[in-house]
Design a protein around this ligand. Structure first.
Ligand code: DC
Length: 234
């Protein structure tokens, strides 16, 4: 009798710079699942808004026009080796969506209910056939409340600020630890307190605090959790 491994949905939520994207990407690659970075989708909508002059110099957003344009915004991912490149209306925008300009405007865009509604629909389509690892802020709570494995990644603000500082310094961006820590704390506050789908740990999520864990320890723990679920289902 042939036996196929069941395909599940793995939702990984957590704070910014908690290392969740790396964990999610590496797990997906190890178990042959699709990886979707939901934050990249909010970033792509932000880039669309910037390019179409829907964000003024003072940061105010022309929400009405953006909401009207939402059905015409196509966001997808192109697989390139072990990389996932975000596309906006067919154009690879991976590099632009990681830049400082998009980063500084994405929070208010991600707080618009209509934007969230549209992206959640798209994210759910990506997971229709299961066999997916998705990371974000509301994956276990809103996008896939029925995910078989939910992870909430935590790490102290200080550890996350150190990681972010290294990322920025590696990219040649000059900044200080104090400035990065202040930004991490501010982003945590915005993520936790926004009205629409705030970041929160759902009751059935497993918490991984990786403040003092090595990369390998994290990967092993995640893989063990995945195997436990598969064994239970199989
Ligand atoms: O994870 P990131 O920094 O790329 O996320 C970019 C922004 O999108 C950040 O402001 C949080 C928001 N976001 C969200 O609101 N919901 C998600 N599922 C993913 C990201």
């Amino acid at each position: 009798m042939s036996h196929t491994t069941p395909k599940i949905i793995i939702a990984i939520d957590g704070y910014s710079s908690s290392g969740k994207s790396t964990m999610a990407r590496e797990l997906a690659s190890k178990i042959g699942y699709r990886y979707v970075d939901s934050g990249a989708m909010y970033r792509a909508v932000t880039l669309f808004a910037l390019r179409n002059h829907l964000i003024a110099d003072d940061g105010s957003i022309d929400k009405e026009t953006l909401i009207k344009e939402l059905p015409s915004i196509k966001i997808d991912f192109k697989v390139d080796g072990d990389k996932q490149l975000t596309t906006l209306n067919g154009e690879v925008v991976e590099k632009e969506i990681r830049g400082m300009i998009v980063s500084s405007h994405v929070s208010p865009i991600a707080a618009i209910p209509e934007v969230r509604h549209r992206l959640v629909q798209l994210q759910q389509q990506f997971g229709r056939e299961r066999g997916i690892v998705m990371d974000g802020r509301d994956i276990g709570s809103t996008v896939f409340p029925d995910a078989e494995l939910k992870i909430f990644v935590d790490a102290s603000p200080e550890k996350r600020a150190m990681r972010r500082l290294k990322e920025l310094t590696d990219k040649g961006v000059e900044t200080s630890y104090e400035a990065v820590l202040a930004n991490v704390v501010e982003r945590d506050h915005i993520d936790r307190t926004r009205a629409e789908s705030p970041l929160r740990k759902v009751d059935d999520a497993v918490v991984i605090d990786n403040s003092d864990m090595t990369h390998d320890e994290q990967n092993k723990l995640l893989l063990d959790l995945y195997n436990q679920i598969i064994n239970r289902l199989g």
